[in-house]
Ligand binder design. Structure first.
Ligand SMILES: O=c1ccn([C@@H]2O[C@H](COP(=O)(O)O)[C@@H](O)[C@H]2O)c(=O)[nH]1
Length: 231
């Protein structure tokens, strides 16, 4: 099934069973799901297959960042799982990004969207300074977007705060935006946030939402409320 909505729910759950219980409360016509580091490390490829079996398209958010050969082979393994989207860190560099794109092209057939992570939405300027980057997040995002464009990636993970500037310079790239917070929700550890409606207006293609839905007392109702905000 091809899902038409921009919503991706982050299933940051501690076990296979917990993820399936949460997935039961979601509707695959209203959202895709994201399997990240915690869930995949605990539950492995079986959880991806189980979610696909329930009708969900899966974004495998493992943010690969390694030497080109290792990263590319990891991306190929993700493609073999039949995931809809996979990602790598742009800061792995042009050769790493290119190797990841090339291995998917060589494989042929239906392939996942290959998305480059720019600057994590939990980071602000002080965090970049701590790692030796004396630059505003938005500027660093644009730099890394240029690398992703040159390497032929399909899109970027970025904050929706950068979406308008990115769409202006890199119209081809699809923008996947975590750090989405419905009005009144806690920001948690996120720093560069926007509401769902603001994010779409700014040009985001896909909105990643985790805790505001999965930790709500009624996740199905929380998802429906976001859908309503966007319609
Ligand atoms: O820059 C990034 C990249 C990935 N994420 C992931 O998205 C979700 C967000 O969850 P919330 O509960 O809505 O904060 C989470 O799985 C992160 O690993 C991100 O937040 N920022």
């Amino acid at each position: 099934m091809t899902c038409q909505t921009p919503l991706i729910v982050a299933l940051d759950c501690p076990s296979h069973d917990a993820a399936l219980v949460m997935a039961e409360r979601l509707d695959p016509t209203l959202c895709r799901v994201k399997v990240g580091k915690e869930l995949f490390t605990r539950a492995g490829p079986a959880i991806v297959e189980a979610l696909q079996h329930k009708g969900f398209e899966v974004f495998l958010d493992l943010k690969f960042h390694d030497i080109p050969n290792t990263a590319a082979l990891a991306v190929e393994a993700a493609a073999e799982l039949g995931v809809w989207m996979v990602n790598v860190h742009c800061s792995g560099g042009l050769r790493m990004l290119t190797a990841c794109r090339e291995i998917l092209e060589r494989r042929g057939g239906k392939r996942p969207l290959l998305i480059g992570v720019t600057v994590l939405t939990s980071m602000e300027q002080a965090d970049l300074r701590d790692i030796g980057l004396d630059v505003e997040p938005a500027r660093q995002v644009l730099r890394l977007a240029g690398l992703a464009e040159r390497a032929g990636l399909d899109g970027l993970v970025c904050s929706a705060q950068e979406a308008a500037a990115l769409k202006q310079q890199f119209a081809r790239l699809q923008l996947v935006t975590p750090g989405i917070r419905p009005a009144g929700s806690a920001a948690d550890d996120q720093r560069r946030i926007l509401t769902p409606a603001q994010a779409l207006r700014a040009g985001a293609d896909f909105l990643v939402i985790g805790r505001p839905i999965t930790q709500a007392s009624d996740p199905a109702q929380a998802l429906t409320a976001v859908v309503a905000e966007l319609s």
